[in-house]
Design a protein. Structure first.
Length: 76
């Protein structure tokens, strides 16, 4: 019996090399796009975190002011 894989012609190395190179290029492009998406998401999260930290700081300052006013009214 003849092995069907042995009877089938293999791709010449020059033609196969183009497909391998193309596959690597596609893979590299996908990795770059993924990294860009993750970088944009990280920047957005950092910006939102800074905004939330500002809100928390402003709220704690307001609370401290209200407590100081209440102490003045209660102690006076």
């Amino acid at each position: 019996m003849i092995d069907p894989l042995a009877a089938a012609p293999a791709l010449p190395l020059d033609e196969a090399g183009r497909y391998v190179a193309g596959a690597y290029v596609v893979f590299l492009v996908l990795i770059v796009v993924y990294v860009a998406i993750m970088a944009a998401k990280l920047q957005r999260i950092e910006r939102e975190l800074r905004e939330l930290a500002g809100f928390a700081e402003a709220r704690s300052e307001e609370r401290a002011e209200h407590e100081a006013e209440a102490a003045e009214v209660g102690g006076g």
